[in-house]
Design a protein around this ligand. Structure first.
Ligand code: DC
Length: 226
C-alpha cells in the first residue's frame, strides 16, 4: 500500500462466520467504505439467470460480470445498503439460498473472478475500506495493513443460518442447512481459483461462542483501533 492509498481492513471467512454483520459494524464505527464482494458474485449469478445465460457458459458469464450495471445505495442507520441491478432493487433476490449456491458455482471460474477484480479494487477510497469476502486478503488487497480471517464451527454457522431462515418464515431443517454449509465450504476451499484460506499474515478470529460485540471488539483490536 502506498502512503497515498486508503487503508484497507480485509475480513475473509466462510459463510455464516458473522462477517457480514461485523464488517457493516466496523465500517460504520470507522466511517469507512464497505465492499461486500460476495454481493458481486451473487449479482453476476442473478444477472446470468435473468439473461438466460447457462452457468456453464464461461465466455457469456465473463461478459455478464464485466457489464454488471450495479449500484449500492446507502440506507438509513444500521441497515445494509440497497443493491440495485439495472435500475431494479434486488437486495432480497440476491440473498436467497439458490442465488448463494449459484454464486459459489460461478466463483470457481478464474475468468469470472478476473472480470470482477478491478471493480472490487475501485472500492479502495479514502478514508478507508472494510472489505468482506473470501480472497480479500489473499488476492484482491494483498497489501492491506490489517487482514482478518473470521471463522466459526460449521455447527454454529448452521445454527445462525437456521435462525435467520426461521425468522424469515422459511421452513427448513437444521440438518439440511448444515449439509448445504458443508457443500459450500468444500467448494469454496478446494477450488483452484483463489480458494478460501487465511492470508499468511492474517489474524484468525474464531467467533464460535462469541457475541457480535465481542467479535467486533476483537476485530478493532486486530486493526490496532482500541
Ligand atoms: O459471502 P457470500 O455468501 O455472499 O458469497 C457468495 C459466494 O460468492 C460464496 O459461496 C463464494 C463466492 N465469493 C467468492 O468466491 N469470493 C469472494 N470474495 C466473495 C464471495
Amino acid at each position: 500500500m502506498s502512503e497515498f492509498s486508503a487503508p484497507v481492513i480485509t475480513v475473509d471467512g466462510p459463510g455464516g462466520s458473522g462477517k457480514g454483520t461485523v464488517t457493516q459494524m466496523l465500517a460504520k464505527k470507522l466511517g469507512w467504505h464497505l465492499l461486500d464482494s460476495g454481493a458481486l458474485y451473487r449479482l453476476t449469478a442473478l444477472a446470468a439467470v435473468r439473461q438466460n445465460v447457462s452457468l456453464d457458459d464461461e465466455d457469456a458469464l465473463v461478459r455478464v460480470a464485466a457489464s454488471l450495471d450495479v449500484a449500492f445505495e446507502p440506507t438509513p442507520e444500521g441497515e445494509p445498503a440497497k443493491v440495485i441491478l439495472a435500475g431494479k432493487d434486488v437486495t432480497a433476490d440476491i440473498r436467497t439460498e439458490a442465488c448463494g449456491n449459484n454464486a459459489s458455482r460461478i466463483a470457481v471460474i478464474q475468468s469470472v473472478r478476473d472480470a470482477l477484480l478491478q471493480r472490487q479494487r475501485d472500492f479502495q477510497l479514502k478514508p478507508g475500506l472494510v472489505a468482506d469476502g473470501r480472497d480479500m486478503g489473499t488476492v484482491v488487497f494483498p497489501d492491506a495493513p490489517t487482514k482478518i480471517f473470521l471463522t466459526a464451527s460449521a455447527q454454529e454457522r448452521a445454527q445462525r443460518r437456521f435462525s435467520q431462515l426461521k425468522a424469515a418464515g422459511v421452513s427448513v431443517s437444521i440438518d439440511a442447512v448444515l449439509e448445504e454449509i458443508r457443500v459450500r465450504d468444500e467448494r469454496d476451499m478446494n477450488r483452484s481459483a483463489a480458494p478460501l484460506k487465511p492470508a499468511d499474515d492474517a489474524q484468525v478470529i474464531d467467533s464460535t461462542g462469541l457475541s457480535i460485540q465481542e467479535v467486533l471488539d476483537r476485530c478493532m483490536a486486530a486493526a490496532g483501533r482500541v
